[in-house]
Ligand binder design. Structure first.
Ligand SMILES: [Zn+2]
Ligand SMILES: [Zn+2]
Length: 366
């Protein structure tokens, strides 16, 4: 079929909205009409080349929701008409990682993503007979996408699709970092460095976990105001205040510090705010090949550092529970959408994301 997609020809180029071809879903794949796709830092990292995530030319976008149109052979869990959110952690079920209970590290999916294809390495996307690559097996900056069945989770129809899209990446990552990776306990003291899409969801994850002190650190007033709305008990503007000294004076040191920016300087600051026996969780993705230097002193106080990928999310368990939390008013998503854009608005929306403006821009189709 023919469809409109935002094509990115190379690192650093601008999106061009072009008509491309999308082949029918093969066995184990589904065709989804995209409803919404949030603009995430991982998309920006691919555009700017901070991380090499996909071969070009490519269709990117991954924080998506939509309606299933067609199912390939062997698809059993999903039917046409189902509302779904798409995910960057599909799994094959048969590789060593899947068998050992770590499907988020599925090597079939990892290899497919590196090649810019679906599980068999081939692409369903093309333009004038030339291959276009799929971003992280999702490729949702387009009217339609073909994805692996395991990369989609059915959601109830009463869940609004634009807000559902946020759950598929920013919310799962932020909430998951708190609930799955760190397992934050009620009554804890928490500091969050960086209040973008993921950081704000770390904050609300901490609120839902019953943390009593939640300190948000950012450089923009707009994001700090949002941080307060979703659960921060204290905010620190790092352009005018020393975040380490401020966090110490508010809390005496925190049980959990989350870094959501992927920058050495903020990782060092976050590390310096952790109290005895506390933990630093690295949620922000660092540039390929990056190294960090840290003060080794705190290790004697049993302070530790933990990596985090995709909030250690368990799609089958976490997605239904997050949807339920939104529908019963506990999870805030409406507040996180700063702007809705169409395909033509993608370039300027990414310029806003790059300059640190707003929480989440979301691409929507009507
Ligand atoms: Zn993302
Ligand atoms: Zn696998």
């Amino acid at each position: 079929m023919k469809m409109k997609a935002a094509v990115l020809d190379a690192i650093g180029s601008r999106f061009e909205i072009r008509e491309v071809d999308l082949a029918a879903p093969k066995a184990g794949e589904i065709l989804v009409k995209i409803a919404a796709s949030g603009l995430c830092a991982s998309d920006l990292n691919a555009i700017d080349g901070k991380r090499k995530l996909v071969p070009f030319p490519a269709v990117i976008g991954h924080e998506a929701s939509g309606v299933v149109v067609e199912c390939g052979t062997g698809v059993t869990r999903i039917q046409p008409g189902d509302h779904v959110i798409l995910s960057i952690v599909p799994h094959c079920g048969t590789c060593d990682y899947c068998i050992s209970g770590r499907p988020n590290y599925c090597s079939t999916a990892g290899n497919a993503m590196g090649a810019g294809g679906l599980f068999d390495g081939t692409s369903r996307l093309s333009e004038n007979g030339e291959r276009l690559n799929h971003f992280l097996t999702v490729a949702s900056f387009a009217e339609y996408a073909v994805v692996p069945e395991s990369g989609a989770v059915v959601i109830p129809k009463e869940m609004p699709l634009d807000r559902a899209a946020l759950i598929s990446c920013a919310v799962l990552t932020g909430y998951g970092a708190v609930h799955n990776t760190a397992k934050v306990k009620a009554g804890s003291r928490v500091a969050v460095f960086g209040c973008g899409g993921v950081g704000l969801n770390i904050i609300q994850g901490a609120r839902l976990a019953g943390a009593t002190t939640i300190i948000a650190i950012d450089v923009t007033t707009e994001k700090l105001d949002l941080a307060k709305k979703v659960g921060a008990t204290h905010i620190i503007n790092a352009t005018t205040n020393d975040p380490v000294a401020e966090v110490k004076s508010i809390s005496g040191g925190v049980d959990y510090a989350f870094e959501a920016l992927g920058r050495e300087a903020t990782i060092q600051q976050a590390w310096a705010t952790v109290d005895v026996d506390g933990e630093l969780i690295l949620v922000g993705l660092l540039k390929n090949g990056a190294t960090i230097t840290l003060d080794a002193g705190p290790f004697v106080n049993e302070q530790s550092i933990k990596g985090c990928y995709f909030g250690s999310a368990n799609l089958a368990k976490d997605v239904p529970s997050l949807v339920k939390s939104y529908l019963n008013g506990a999870l805030f998503l409406d507040e996180l959408i700063s702007q809705r854009v169409d395909l033509q608005g993608l370039n300027s929306a990414f310029d806003r994301l790059r300059s640190g403006e707003g929480a989440r821009n979301v691409l929507v189709f009507d």
